[in-house]
Design a protein around this ligand. Structure first.
Ligand code: NAP
Length: 254
């Protein structure tokens, strides 16, 4: 595929090979973004998202890059500079949780993996984006959306308090970074999904979690990745031009 040397709307979505990130990548491409989706190890899934986008005439590129490794993030952004042009939008979507456990059964290594991927990874990706988007650095502005979770405020007791705490950090990060770069042409917002049908629940050892818990959701159903992606796309767009530091719940009332 021939990639344009410089597209006007360039999006990096981390963890775009599956789940919510893949839905964001597909929707963004339909909306005219040239899309770079990063992934951790599932190259086949990433290639399928790229093929779906390019098959419809869009522009997409998949890059393997672990957001928990700073050098990988630096390489990811450099590859986008070279092949798509200056990034105008970032979605910090890549996130992990580990097997359901109580805090008194967690070790430091597990907590470190969750915080490194979910929190430090988002910081380092945002750093690279701000260096390219900020008018302070000669950029033309842009938009960043972080994936939080309703877990940040519900706490996920008995499941993954470490994960919930990582999303609490994302909420604070969203507010702080939004204020820091608001006068530099960059808006920073978050989307806080409730219980969404993706395979993240299988990595917690509970693949049927959505259906098991849906009666407790006010709308009595789980959400779809596309429903989350639509909120993300709105926050990236000029339709939300006066919105920064905000978090939108996409949680069926939960
Ligand atoms: P998912 O289905 O498990 O997909 C995770 C994606 O992230 C995959 O593309 C995976 O790549 C990638 N990834 C994982 N670790 C990575 C790393 N270290 N570096 C780069 N990419 C990495 O997850 P999801 O349910 O779509 O969740 C997406 C985001 O929404 C996460 O931040 C999650 O916390 C948040 N969220 C989800 C829910 C929910 O109910 N699903 C609710 C609230 C918030 P590979 O395909 O290569 O493995």
């Amino acid at each position: 595929m021939t990639l344009p040397s410089s597209a006007s709307k360039v999006l990096i979505v981390t963890g775009g090979s599956r789940g919510i990130g893949a839905a964001i990548a597909r929707l963004a491409a339909q909306d005219g973004y040239a899309v770079c989706l990063s992934y951790l190890g599932n190259r086949q899934a990433a290639d399928e998202v790229v093929a779906a986008i390019t098959g419809q005439g869009g522009t997409a590129l998949a890059v393997q890059a672990n957001v928990a490794i700073e050098a990988d993030v630096v390489r990811l952004f450099a590859e986008v500079d070279a092949s798509l042009g200056r990034v105008t939008a970032l979605v910090n979507n890549a996130g992990i949780l580990e097997r359901q456990a109580r805090v008194d059964d967690m070790d430091a290594a597990r907590i470190g993996r969750v915080l490194t991927t979910n929190v430090i990874g988002s910081f380092i990706c945002a750093r690279e984006a701000v260096r390219r988007m900020s008018t302070r650095h000669g950029g033309a502005g842009g938009a960043i959306v972080n994936l939080s979770s309703r877990a940040a405020r519900l706490g996920s007791p008995g499941e993954y308090v470490d994960y919930a705490a990582s999303k609490g950090a994302i909420d604070t990060f969203t507010v702080g970074l939004a204020k820091e770069v608001a006068a530099e042409g960059i808006r920073v917002n978050a989307v806080s999904p409730g219980i969404i049908y993706t395979s993240i629940h299988a990595s917690g050892g509970d693949p049927d979690r959505v259906d098991r818990m849906k009666e407790g959701i006010p709308m009595k159903r789980g959400g779809t990745a596309e429903e989350v992606a639509k909120a993300v796309l709105w926050l990236l767009s000029d339709e939300s031009s006066y919105t920064t530091g905000a978090t939108i719940d996409v949680a069926g009332g939960r």
